[in-house]
Design a protein around this ligand. Structure first.
Ligand code: DC
Length: 227
């Protein structure tokens, strides 16, 4: 019988976080939480409400949008006050604006509170993002920091869009990822940094199975120690 366990997976866009986090959660029967989807949801709502330039209004959205995440059929379904917005959060317009929205301290505070609340739903959680091991769960049982070369990351994201029938050029995707990396890692509040006790896995040249196995082994080691 497992005791409560949190696996934190951080890293830049396209480093393999979602792919491995989903599979690790599935193998362990844990709850999977994609925190990027929440920042994307607030960005979509800010665009829709035409308040991209109004931080106070965006913070209100983060506090009062009743964000919910449900992971079904291999996909995170996002809703705001009961309305499904899953299809709206991965557009290029959201890609371009999401890092600026993520810099706002009040937005982060509201979403981190919600992330901690969502995590209570299960005995085991795999949460992925940029600040999970540093801010959201600094005492997480397993902390992973995934990296990969920029070219690999851009190729992966381009393929993901192609599979969904969305055609965005490799160059455009690469430029967006680079821009987001810069903003995400240099912002004042909860920047994307490796937690001192996180284990780095470079996924540029390893298979998905290998990434997942490394993480599962780390989780098993922690479980044995706890027993
Ligand atoms: O994981 P993603 O690419 O869907 O995340 C979208 C953006 O959300 C990312 O560029 C920065 C922000 N984000 C964040 O600031 N903190 C998190 N924990 C997760 C995502």
């Amino acid at each position: 019988m497992l005791k409560r366990l949190v696996v934190a997976i951080d890293g830049p866009a396209g480093s393999g976080k979602s792919t491995s986090a989903k599979l690790v959660a599935q193998k362990l029967g844990f709850l999977y939480i994609d925190t990027g989807a929440m920042y994307r949801a607030i960005t979509f709502l800010a665009i829709k409400n035409n308040v991209l330039q109004n931080n106070d209004a965006i913070i209100e959205l983060a506090k009062n949008s009743g964000l919910d995440l449900e992971f079904t059929n291999g996909e995170t379904h996002v809703s705001a006050n009961g309305l499904d917005i899953t299809d709206k959060i991965r557009t290029q317009e959201v890609n371009v604006n999401v890092s600026d929205i993520s810099k706002i301290e009040g937005v982060r505070k509201a979403l981190v509170d919600r992330q901690r609340e969502l995590a209570k739903k299960n005995i085991g959680v795999v949460m992925e993002g940029r600040d999970i091991g540093t801010v959201v769960f600094p005492n997480a049982d397993v902390k992973i920091f995934l990296t990969a070369s920029i070219d690999q990351r851009a190729i992966r994201r381009t393929k993901e869009y192609e599979e969904k029938g969305v055609h965005i050029s490799l160059e455009e995707i690469k430029a967006n990822i680079q821009q987001r990396d810069t903003i995400d890692s240099t912002r004042d509040v909860s920047p994307l940094v490796k937690a001192p006790d996180a284990i780095v896995i470079d996924t540029s040249n390893i298979s998905i199975k290998e990434q997942v196995d490394v993480i599962l082994n780390l989780v098993q080691q922690v479980v044995h120690k706890k027993e």
